[in-house]
Design a binder for this molecule. Structure first.
Ligand SMILES: Nc1ncnc2c1ncn2[C@@H]1O[C@H](COP(=O)(O)OP(=O)(O)OP(=O)(O)O)[C@@H](O)[C@H]1O
Ligand SMILES: [Mg+2]
Length: 440
């Protein structure tokens, strides 16, 4: 039976017999009508048809009036689910309106630029802070492609990120330079995600933060740190030269003079004393030479990174019981800037020293290679691995600085530093530094 027939039969039943049960039936029919997507007009028409049929059977005008009144009660009961649905809709609409209001206030008062793009890269919306940050009015750009705002060098990267987001990905935060109205470029930090509807990407939603000032301060700090490292190295170079040229020469002279005095002499005890003194001077000369090399490896200045590192590994191998292999690919035979060379040399020095001090390793390897414009250094050992608990407690006691200084040296040069270690499986440190062309 369709709903129209059902309605007629239920109404008939109500008009003949009355009763709560029949009214409940009216209520159920109302719910059914909503579930079947029938509108209120459909139901009024159904009601009219049913009533007319029933009125034909009425004998007197009084009967008709009674029937019509009872039918109205039935109709009202049938409509009560419609009424409730309507009220529910109104509440939902209010909630949506309120949340849209909140959303709009949030976007309009945000400190960051909030924007949306269509899937073909057209700017669809921009919040007011865009003008404060870039000098452009949102209306200058809405409806235009975002690509003309991007620094030409950053455009391929910006497009690749855009493609990823349109493809449904949420990429990690990234940086892109944007042209401001004054012509200057600003650095923006972007957080983006796909805007989708019914599971389909319809555009890009993004938040951009102006980090130009933060970048500038970072660059200044980096430049300052670089100057400090340079000044330190210069000081070490001078000290190394003094140690080597003055003290070592003087000690060597003294050793020679002592040797001359060692000629056969009747004063046996003096002779013995002189021999002892000569030995001590000899030890000091070796010591001073080692200190001087540590302060500033002259091999680095004279022969370049590969040979200096090879010698460093050999020195460690000679003094300590460990096998150290050194590998480098051909590209690394060229000269890098002295900051890069000294950073790599010092990192290897620190890393090897850590291996000797902590690793209990029988083998270590130093590997240096260049891929495109990145130079990669890896120092690994087959020792006990870093005990992070121990390292942490040592840090609080005497503040181990080796790993920190390796990381800082890498970051000052715009590079990355990583430590990989697991108990019993050894340790690997890896640093990647960007390199320009070879030293001019
Ligand atoms: N190759 C390694 N094998 C095992 N443990 C290591 C290795 N390198 C570092 N560690 C652990 O990590 C800690 C931190 O190393 P870091 O070089 O920072 O400090 P340190 O060597 O203790 O002191 P500093 O280098 O200042 O003389 C070490 O104390 C050690 O416990
Ligand atoms: Mg150390």
């Amino acid at each position: 039976m369709n709903i129209v027939e059902e309605y007629k039969s239920a109404l008939r039943n109500y008009l003949h017999n009355g009763g709560e049960e029949s009214l409940r039936r009216a209520y159920e029919l109302g719910r059914k009508a909503i579930a079947e997507d029938l509108g209120s007009i459909d139901m009024i028409i159904t009601h009219q048809q049913a009533l007319q049929e029933l009125l034909r059977a009425a004998r007197t005008a009084d009967d008709s009036a009674q029937l019509t009144e009872a039918a109205s009660t039935f109709l009202a009961e049938m409509f009560s689910p419609f009424e409730m649905t309507f009220l529910g809709f109104r509440d939902a609409l209010n909630t949506i309106q309120q949340s849209e209001e909140r959303y709009r206030t949030m976007i309009e008062s945000a400190q960051d630029v909030i924007y949306t793009l269509s899937t073909d890269g057209i700017i669809k919306s921009l919040n007011p802070v865009f003008e404060k940050v870039t000098g452009w009015k949102p209306s200058d750009w809405i409806g235009k492609s975002f690509t003309s705002l991007v620094h030409p060098e950053d455009l391929p990267f910006a497009l690749s990120m855009f493609e990823r987001v349109v493809g449904g990905e949420t990429p990690p935060v990234f940086e892109i330079r944007l042209r401001s109205k004054s012509g200057e470029y600003l650095v923006g930090e972007f957080t983006t995600s796909p805007e989708s509807y019914n599971g389909k990407a319809i555009g890009v939603f993004g938040i951009a933060r102006d980090i130009t000032e933060r970048k500038r301060v970072q660059d200044q700090l980096r430049a300052l740190a670089k100057r400090v490292v340079e000044a330190q190295e210069e000081e070490r170079r001078r000290l190394a030269r003094e140690l080597h040229d003055d003290l070592c020469q003087w000690l060597s002279g003294l050793k020679l003079s002592l040797g001359l005095l060692e000629e056969p002499s009747k004063y046996k005890s003096i002779q013995n004393k002189l021999r002892q003194l000569k030995q001590q001077v000899n030890t000091r000369i070796i010591e001073v030479r080692r200190m001087s090399i540590n302060l500033r490896p002259s091999a680095l200045d004279d022969f370049g990174l590969n040979i200096a590192l090879e010698r460093l590994c050999e020195d460690y191998e000679k003094i300590h019981e460990i096998k150290i292999t050194f590998n480098a690919n051909d590209l690394t035979a060229e000269r890098y800037s002295s900051e890069v060379e000294i950073a790599i040399y010092r990192i290897v020095q620190e890393a090897l020293w850590n291996i000797i001090k902590h690793a209990k390793a029988s083998k270590a390897g130093v590997r240096l290679f260049q891929i495109n414009k990145t130079i990669v250094l890896e120092v690994r050992d087959n020792g006990i691995g870093i005990d992070h608990k121990k390292a942490k407690s040592q840090k609080s006691q005497d503040g181990g600085l080796g790993l920190i200084s390796m990381k800082e040296r890498s970051e000052v040069l715009g590079g990355k530093f990583q430590v990989e270690s697991s108990p019993g499986k050894g340790t690997k440190i890896r640093t990647e530094l960007p390199v320009e062309s070879s030293r001019s």
